[in-house]
Design a protein around this ligand. Structure first.
Ligand code: G1P
Length: 295
């Protein structure tokens, strides 16, 4: 059994990079092939043994709530018309009774502020945070890998990957004390440092396992980079008292908060589907040839 039972999903972001699509649908509902981003995040959490799902949401995100609700009329129609495959496809959207809680973040004050909303629901156990924008494709879910690794080390754990130095200002960056295999102990963390000031090129990716001590720390947090309450700063403040480890996960990460990352993820997931791969890759080849002819 997993020792991490609860996960927080910050889903209050506006998704301005995907306008106009996100004018009336939450960015977490944008699909990769035929599943919305939030489904990938929830599936990864389930694989890691998560039993309680806490969405920190905001106004205008009703479609997210409906997605994990039953759709009685739709299900009845599918049943009546014998569309058993379509009906079965809805299975992944079902949550056990009481497993999903949706909170509202009244103001967009940053990731640290979003996680703090869940304080009363977390209590004093370690918990996970998953940012659905970061989609990680691999044989085993990144959070499940982290939950295993966390058993041995405890404290706060963040997923990390190496990024080009020119990109450090897009991420939380680890100041690495020492490394052993997939684990990197941190001396500190900095949110979005300039490339010439970054202590390393090990970037935090949106998966965290946090000791509940972070919740008190978040209460006293002051605004950081971008004027926001940064989760990275709270984790950094706990480096000595709680301990922070970076975990180099296995898998391919897509930044689905950016249009480029999103279209690449779409292609990667389509190409790995046996029912789509052949025709889709032939289409891409043909399209590239046509472009070359035109150019
Ligand atoms: C957030 C975190 C940052 C982390 C990143 C990963 O930033 O603040 O530390 O590296 O997610 O995707 P955001 O991308 O929300 O600006």
């Amino acid at each position: 059994m997993s020792h991490i039972r609860k996960a927080v999903f910050p889903v209050a972001g506006m998704g301005t990079r995907f306008l106009p699509a996100t004018k009336s649908i939450p960015k977490e509902m944008l699909p990769l092939v035929d599943r919305p981003l939030i489904q990938y995040a929830v599936d990864e959490a389930r694989e890691a043994g998560i039993e309680e799902f806490i969405f920190v949401s905001a106004a205008g995100k009703g479609a997210l709530e409906d997605y994990f609700d039953t759709a009685a009329a739709l299900e009845a129609r599918l049943q009546a018309s014998g569309k058993t495959e379509a009906l079965a496809a809805l299975g992944v959207t079902r949550m056990p009774e009481g497993a999903l809680t949706i909170l509202r973040q009244a103001q967009p004050l940053g990731l640290g502020h979003a996680v703090r909303q869940a304080k009363n629901l977390i209590g004093n156990e370690a918990f996970a945070v998953i940012l659905p924008d970061d989609v990680i494709k691999g044989d085993r879910g990144a959070l499940a890998q982290m939950v295993d690794a966390h058993r041995g080390v405890g404290g706060h754990m963040v997923a990390i990957m190496d990024v080009p130095r020119a990109q450090t200002s897009m991420y939380g960056i680890l100041d690495v004390k020492d490394e052993a295999g997939a684990l990197a102990r941190a001396r500190g963390l900095v949110e979005k440092p300039r490339s010439d000031l970054a202590p390393s090129t090990k970037a935090v990716i949106g998966r965290y396992i946090l000791d509940s001590a972070i919740l008190d720390r978040l209460d006293t947090l002051r605004p950081g980079a971008g004027g926001e309450l940064q989760l990275t700063d709270a984790i950094n403040a706990d480096v000595k008292s709680v301990g922070v480890t970076g975990y180099m996960f296995e898998g391919q990460r897509f930044d689905c908060g950016s249009v480029q990352g999103y279209v690449q993820a779409t292609a990667a997931f389509a190409l790995s589907r046996a029912d789509l791969c052949e025709e889709y890759s032939a289409f891409i080849d043909r399209s590239r040839k046509r472009l070359r002819l035109v150019a």
